[in-house]
Design a binder for this molecule. Sequence first.
Ligand code: MGD
Ligand code: MGD
Ligand code: MO
Length: 719
Amino acid sequence: MFPAKLPRDNYEGRIIDAMSATKPDIGAPADELPIVPTRREVRGACPMDCPDTCSWVVTVEDGRAVELKGNREHPHTRGALCVKLNRYLEHTRAPDRLLYPLRRVGRKGEGRFARISWDEALREISSRWRRVIARHGPQAIWPYYGTGTLGMLQGTAGAGRRLANALGTSRHLMTICMIAGAEGTGYVLGDNRVGMDPEGFAESKLILLWGANPLSTGHHLWKFIAAARKKGAHLVAIDPIRTRSAAQADEHLAPVPGTDAALALGLLHHVVSAGAEDREFVAERTLGWEAFRERIMGFPPDRVASITGIPKERIRALGERLASTRPTGIKVGIGMQRHGGGGAAIRAITSIPGVTGDWRYPGGGAAYATRGFFPADWSGLWRDDLRPPGTRSLNMNRLGEALLEIDDPPVEALLVYGSNPVASAPHQGKVRRGLEREDLFTVVVEHFPTDTVDYADVVLPATMQPEHADLHCAYGHLYLAWNEPAVEAPGECLPNSEIFRRLAASLGLTEPSLYDSDEEMARQALDVDHPHLVGVTLEKLKRDGWARLNLPRPFVPFAEGFPTPSGKLEFYSERAEADGLDPLPGYTPPNEAAGGAPSRYPLALIAPASHNFLNSIFANKPALREKQGPLRISLHPEDAAARDLRPGDTARVHNDRGAFHAEVEVTDATRPGVVASSKGYWPKLLGANANVNATVDERDADMGGGAVFHDNRVEVDKG
Ligand SMILES: Nc1nc2c(c(=O)[nH]1)N[C@H]1C(S)=C(S)[C@@H](COP(=O)(O)OP(=O)(O)OC[C@H]3O[C@@H](n4cnc5c(=O)[nH]c(N)nc54)[C@H](O)[C@@H]3O)O[C@H]1N2
Ligand SMILES: Nc1nc2c(c(=O)[nH]1)N[C@H]1C(S)=C(S)[C@@H](COP(=O)(O)OP(=O)(O)OC[C@H]3O[C@@H](n4cnc5c(=O)[nH]c(N)nc54)[C@H](O)[C@@H]3O)O[C@H]1N2
Ligand SMILES: [Mo]
């Protein structure tokens, strides 16, 4: 796989091909351009990790992007972006944007760099990687990516995996976001990322926003909810915190964090006790009802009230609504599954419509994700066939552990792209200690000088969405999108995909697919003979910017059966059993959040999405920082009084793992015993150089190696 030197003609031939194939992505020289009008509209898509994957239109005047709008024709976007993206163009031109390759000149973590050329950068990376490979084999290299862009070419599940596979690096397990819940859903429905069509909420009569805060985290859903409410639907939020969305609901139930599975079983207890289960659906379309029914009967209101902290009258009242309202649609949040029992919680909630029969109706069911409906040729895109057998996998939630404790082989080189683990991964102090290792060679591909960039040996500047091509599916609706590059990249920024091609070339790799152009890869991804893609072509995507999967609106899934081994919705799952889990949906208590043994750290900390940042993206943007305000810790008046904390005080929030500082807010928006803060702040822009993740445990959830960001106990003192 590693010829000392490639035949020159082959080498250059491939590279020239690849570069010319990519050239339009990064702008052709002016003298090659045909005569074009000075003002044009270019269709694209928002690349952020958000369920809404908006379709957008960039207005370009004389080669400069002058306006960015939501696409009016797109049924989910309907002309609106969000507070974060409304001024995205400004962000692409921000003064702190990284424009050139850099080499570290200071200590690791210090963030002092000198400009180098692309040639120097690529030579340095390839020679360091060759040495690492010679010493420990390719698995000592870890390509570590996050959700900076969800693009199929540039992003998370993108084409970068080809290079990793061809090299035989360690596999990156993409676990930081939603995997525990995805596995939980998968045991019930048969596919990890499928569920109700979110547009169906317009038809619901009862809507449960369960651990979801769409007004902040994907507001385009709200218009469907609003349409249902206009027709009389009742909206209930289930969240330990009174979020923006909960404040708008007709009813808000605040459970003890991590106890949702018990609540789900308690609501079903009422449904079954009222004889309101859909017997025909249960008999014909589900598996394991008798055993599940028995499990449900173990969760009477008294028990559920004592686990969840919700008064039993309220559990009964909601149980009664659920028993008597068809269709009921459940928006299943992602935040909720970041607990020790998060997978079990989502599994129990996904089972509810199996009992009530709501999966039959438009507006009924549980909406966790839609990505599984996109039948892209993922294996063709990723080329997992190139990966040597037996390659090890590394869980991105355990970055600190992997860097400090693994030695079979050790991780000696990191290639970080689309991720800011110092801000976003668990156990910040440990991550920092790992990244400080002198013998670790870290490359970070970025837009901005993040806390993670500060630890890089080499920094590579990446293009932003208006400057590169990409293909997008979505996890919160059923539309594909094509992002056409609108403007030239500033400085020497390159698309991730082009950086991978150049890395492959400088390593002398001969696998031809490593040099495919972006458009070639997009065609490969769409080259699937599947009914959902009938009529969807790259040409259509390029013309309109988007296309709905070939599915009716709203789409009622599973009418022809569930993609489980039995073809039925599986209350009883042999696959779960084979994975060493409870064969039935049940309640798995959280590690820390719900108390248990007395602890020096009595407060359960939840730090979910901030309204104005997208994970850690935009946390360096002055206008949005101002809107978002300082990092806050919100305490219930009782908890604040017990600690003599007053609004505006600086508090130190801490446990054995670490500490951060935040401004005190006193509010009854949280339950006593629960404190709330926000993810996403850049540690280096905060007082103590730490954000909430300084306190978060590097521990797996019950399924899929998910993270436990909200299963975290702390104490709060005057800072
Ligand atoms: N503005 C903005 N939008 C975003 C993001 C962002 O950072 N900012 N992040 C994006 C990403 S990466 C994702 S994955 C999605 C997430 O989308 P959501 O799941 O809607 O958002 P979160 O804020 O992570 O979590 C939702 C809610 O779960 C609650 N929660 C936490 N623990 C529990 C629990 O034990 N039980 C219950 N019932 N609720 C609980 C939190 O209080 C929070 O209000 O949002 C995306 N959209
Ligand atoms: N406490 C707490 N922590 C959390 C969460 C929580 O709820 N609470 N939520 C978790 C969740 S849901 C998620 S998804 C993770 C997210 O964690 P990460 O995936 O690490 O996301 P970000 O921190 O936003 O970092 C993404 C980086 O990618 C960069 N980027 C964007 N586009 C591109 C591109 O095209 N090319 C390159 N090279 N870089 C690009 C951005 O500039 C940004 O710095 O955070 C998790 N962390
Ligand atoms: Mo996420």
